[in-house]
Design a protein. Structure first.
Length: 526
């Protein structure tokens, strides 16, 4: 076959393959395991690397499309060769899609794709000097930036086990997901660090970190080793600041279920975020080391992600509230556990203000499928409104059934993926309640309720009127109402609100002086 004809055929085939969305890709193949060989040389120059991708094929097919960026403003990547089971195969590489073409494989077969490559991007893997002017490299993959440095199916819905073999100068240390298998001296000045997981992860949290670290093992808690990895130049302050990690771990173990991974390493890094919840190796911004402590809420948030986000992972980016909303609410619960109810209430009030301010600027639902830049999902809807939704759900179904549902959701989908519908189904099963409208109005529609109340004494009863004044449709919620009478006597009532105009009558022959709506802060409203 002529090169021209082959190119035409491959190009036509590739455009067809690139038209496939992730659901179509998932229907054809499932990546089981990634094995990455990464080399760090000289002044943090990266030579050729290798990705070995063990894949189970669900259908007869002669192609596999990976996400891998060809070039961006910071540089270009290159491919030396691509193989399937050791045999060279063709490929077409357009923008961030690498489509491999090979002899037809059959449904039910497992094959290993190998890509030998170099990358030139400074995204995904951040190669930068730290605050002490020392070379470092830290993966920073969220939301879909793994494709800048490792060829993968870069989507939260495709989880696989992962293995890193990182070749570095011997004066540097490497942290990555999973258990450290070995550190091998290759020659006088180089070492090979080998990490491996036996649990599947989404690509967003598959990472390595390379730096001159000082490490400290805080201890073994409920069977999990907790360690600190900080830059050697600020190790004293780092060890002091990061020493808070064990308490959230023990708390969430009891609240949700056993910690899902084999270690908990807390790592000072160059992440662009305040913290990035990478599975078993959490990366924190380098400026979190101050020697002043005050990291409880940040650590609680990122550690909570080990259960929700890493073990139970959202099926796609639009359901990221299942990660960020859960982590935010669990962070607040931990703060209440450690510092008291006032601390929890302060956190919820603070989060509510963030949601209201965001809602005043942008009218969008929590599950917003119009967003194409997934960084935009890192907003108060995903974090704080997601947390408030869980708080109101807790009020809706009751404390014990709420936590039973959360534990069941985790136990059902750990090491797997879930979406909002799946969470709703778990809660409905555990509580025996239909929650379609409750989920729909709070997660799939924008806005917040704006309520007004009135009361009227009517002999032996009191008439209470509750009105939702917002332009949007009615929200569903439970509303606590406190009536104040003479001599500082109070009476509390709870009403199920489903319509924009509701009237309730309660048996009471006293004359109320005041009506206080939501006295205990269970409702998110304007």
């Amino acid at each position: 076959m002529s090169r021209l004809l082959l190119s035409i055929l491959l190009l036509g085939f590739c455009f067809s393959a690139l038209a496939q969305d992730y659901d179509q890709r998932f229907a054809r193949a499932d990546v089981l395991h990634y094995k990455f060989e990464i080399g760090v040389y000289g002044n943090f120059h990266y030579g050729y690397n290798a990705a070995h991708i063990t894949t189970f094929f669900k259908t007869n097919t002669d192609s596999l499309t990976l996400d891998f960026v060809k070039s961006n403003k910071s540089g270009s990547s290159s491919i030396k060769k691509v193989e399937i089971d050791g045999n060279i195969c063709e490929y077409i590489w357009i923008k961030d899609k690498l489509t491999l073409i090979f002899p037809t494989v059959k449904a039910g077969e497992t094959h290993t794709i190998s890509v030998y490559y170099s990358f030139g991007s400074d995204d995904g893997l951040i190669i930068a000097l730290n605050r002490f002017n020392k070379n470092t490299a830290f993966a920073d993959n969220w939301p879909n930036r793994a494709r800048h440095w490792i060829p993968t199916i870069d989507h939260p819905g495709d989880k696989a086990t992962v293995e890193f073999l990182v070749n570095v100068p011997s004066n540097l240390d490497v942290i990555a997901n999973g258990k450290l298998q070995s550190v091998t001296k290759l020659e006088k000045t180089r070492s090979l660090w080998h990490y491996k997981t036996d649990y599947p992860l989404p690509t967003k949290v598959m990472v390595i970190g390379v730096a001159d670290f000082e490490t400290q093992v805080i201890g073994n808690f409920d069977g999990t080793e907790v360690s600190t990895w900080v830059f050697a130049d600020n190790s004293k302050n780092g060890f002091a600041d990061y020493n808070v990690a064990s308490e959230p771990l023990v708390y969430f173990n009891k609240l949700i279920g056993p910690y899902p991974f084999d270690k908990l390493a807390n790592v000072q890094s160059k992440t662009r975020y305040g913290g990035m919840e990478n599975a078993s190796a959490i990366f924190y911004a380098e400026n979190t080391v101050t020697g002043k402590g005050r990291l409880e809420s940040l650590f609680a948030h990122e550690i909570a992600h080990q259960w929700f986000g890493n073990s139970v992972s959202e099926s796609n980016w639009y359901h990221v509230w299942l990660s960020e909303g859960f982590a935010t609410y669990l962070e607040n619960c931990y703060m209440g556990f450690k510092f008291g109810t006032d601390s929890f209430n302060y956190c919820m009030k603070y989060d509510g203000n963030l949601v209201r301010n965001f809602n005043n600027r942008v009218q969008k639902p929590v599950i917003d499928t119009t967003i194409t830049d997934y960084e935009e999902l890192l907003n108060p809807n995903s974090y704080q409104k997601g947390a408030w939704f869980l708080h109101m759900l807790r009020k809706q179904v009751g404390d014990s059934l709420f936590w039973l549902s959360v534990r069941k959701f985790y136990d059902t989908y750990k090491f797997a993926n879930a979406d909002t519908r799946m969470f709703k189904e778990v809660v409905e099963t555990q509580t025996g309640r239909k929650l379609d409208n409750f989920f729909n109005c709070w997660l799939y529609k924008p806005g917040l309720p704006r309520i007004s109340t009135a009361f009227q004494s009517m002999g032996d009863s009191i008439k209470i009127t509750i009105i939702q004044e917002q332009n949007a449709d009615a929200f569903e919620f439970k509303l606590d109402v406190r009536l104040k009478f003479l001599n500082d006597v109070f009476a509390d009532y709870t009403f199920d609100i489903k319509e924009k105009f509701e009237v309730f009558f309660i048996k009471n022959n006293q004359q109320p002086l005041e009506l206080i709506a939501d006295p205990n802060g269970w409702l998110l409203r304007e």
